[in-house]
Ligand binder design. Structure first.
Ligand SMILES: [Zn+2]
Length: 262
């Protein structure tokens, strides 16, 4: 069932103790002001220099725990966010990633360690968010074995079952008004510009009531595979995105384009 009117999820990527303190504070202000329940994509053991923007925040993990207690979902955003492997992902956006193409046993070990690190900080990760959308069937098998049965990715307009996990689609990198469907808007505090935050704030001022939470989405969702029509929609949406990306600058894809992060 395609939701009508549209509902939105906000996903905030690349969270770790060295996230841009200034930008993260701005997003936290929006979360508080509009009472949002975002998906927080947390890197368990960040080693990616691009995500080392501010000095390590000693209050970072306290902040994550508080947000989870207030209704945010905790996403397992890879392991160390070191994207150095070539491999074909189930979401074919990038050829270099942290997980796609890595041997199954290594992926399983990384996922197990990542979950352990986040749990060690008192968090309860329940959704997978692959750096650079990079993951394969071995990733799904490891996630299933470790008990993570949700992932945030894909271009359909409804959650769906594939590979034994429930996929919560993530189709947007900036707010876009939609008539129907579930839309996840992914933002990156490290690279967000002033104008992007202004646009998000304006959108929230109008549409905050349409923002939902991962818990509510799962509660309402009856597990099902995608219909043929929705599969075609998703394939076309991905193709349009790749053509737009290849054609040149599109502001709303800035994060997708500029740093290849996710
Ligand atoms: Zn990332």
């Amino acid at each position: 069932m395609i939701l009508s009117p549209a509902q939105y999820l906000l996903r905030i990527d690349d969270l770790c103790p060295t996230v841009s303190a200034e930008r993260w504070q701005q997003f936290q202000s929006l979360i508080e002001e509009f009472r949002l329940h975002p998906i927080l994509a947390v890197v368990p053991d960040n080693r990616d220099p691009e995500l080392q923007v501010s000095p390590p925040d000693p209050a970072f993990w306290d902040g994550m725990r508080a947000l989870e207690a207030a209704g945010a979902a905790i996403g397992l955003h890879g392991y160390q966010h070191l994207c150095a492997t070539r491999g074909r992902s189930l979401v074919d956006l990038h050829r270099i990633s942290e997980f796609a193409g890595i041997p199954a046993a290594t992926q399983h070990a990384w996922i197990g360690e990542g979950i352990g690190i986040l749990r060690g900080h008192g968090l309860n990760p329940n959704v997978w968010i692959a750096p650079r959308h990079g993951f394969d069937r071995n990733t799904l098998a490891a996630l299933r074995e470790e008990g993570i049965l949700l992932l945030s990715d894909g271009f359909a307009r409804v959650p769906f079952l594939q590979g034994g996990l429930t996929w919560i689609p993530q189709q947007l990198w900036a707010p876009v008004e939609k008539e129907r469907g579930l839309w996840t808007i992914c933002v990156h505090p490290n690279t967000a510009r002033d104008a992007e935050i202004v646009v998000l704030r304006r959108f929230l001022a109008v549409h905050a009531a349409q923002f939902t939470s991962l818990d509510r989405v799962i509660f309402r969702f009856d597990p099902a595979t995608l219909t043929l029509a929705e599969r075609i929609h998703a394939v076309c949406a991905l193709r349009r995105l790749k053509i737009s990306h290849a054609a040149g600058p599109i502001r709303k894809l800035a994060c997708f384009r500029s740093n290849n992060s996710a």
